[in-house]
Design a protein around this ligand. Structure first.
Ligand code: IMP
Length: 197
């Protein structure tokens, strides 16, 4: 059976992609399962640039089809920050709670209609023959006044989805995966792969 490597060390992402791609005739391997241990600096100005860099670097090392993702939070009032800096917002050692508090502080007193935001996820696929494709998924929401919910990670406790009247940290994983930026980008990547493998 053919295989692909998903270039992440995040076990949650590996689990999700294995689940979504399970009916394709391709075996999904994590970086660890492929025996690779390298750090790739995410120094691009866009989610696309970072995802492509990760996928191409590992494809060139392994000669295998490689998928990689990059994601983050865009807050409109903050000119789409933290964007590609989402993981490092507030400094490399800031906790999720501190990052969330920083956003809440920057939005203090800002009216609900100006608190619009979205999670973005870009997935890149680098094929051994040189082709590179990307897919992009988003989920729209607003930044809540205070954190709520215990599920998820990162900015989930402050990301309120009006259609569901809760934050993404208050959703069960299946519910979040069905509507999330990552879930949408993965579903589209699945369709792209179906045409190519
Ligand atoms: P990366 O794509 O793993 O580099 O993640 C970038 C950062 O964006 C994460 O560290 C989180 O802070 C944030 N982020 C991306 N997706 C989500 C999500 O689904 N929920 C909450 N935070 C997220």
């Amino acid at each position: 059976m053919k295989s692909l490597i998903f270039a992440t060390k995040n076990q949650g992402k590996i689990k999700e992609i294995k689940e979504i791609l399970k009916d394709l005739p391709i075996q999904v391997q994590s970086l660890e399962e492929a025996g690779i241990d390298i750090e790739i600096e995410e120094d691009g100005m866009t989610f696309e640039a970072n995802a492509i860099k990760k996928a191409k670097t590992i494809m060139e090392i392994t000669g295998n089809l490689v998928l990689a993702d990059d994601s983050g939070l865009e807050v409109d009032y903050l000119d789409k920050k933290p964007g590609v800096y989402s993981a490092r917002f507030g400094g490399p050692s800031a906790t999720d709670e501190e990052k969330n508090q920083k956003i809440l502080n920057l939005l203090q007193g800002v009216a609900e209609e100006k608190r619009t935001a979205r999670f973005v996820c870009v997935i890149a696929a680098a094929f051994p023959r040189g082709e590179v494709i990307t897919t992009r998924g988003t989920i729209e929401g607003i930044i809540a006044e205070k954190p709520s919910g215990e599920n998820g990670f990162g900015y989930d406790p402050i990301f309120y989805v009006p259609a569901y009247q809760c934050t993404t940290a208050e959703m069960v994983p299946e519910q979040k995966n069905a509507i999330s930026h990552r879930g949408k980008a993965l579903q589209e990547m699945k369709q792209q792969l179906e045409q190519r493998i």
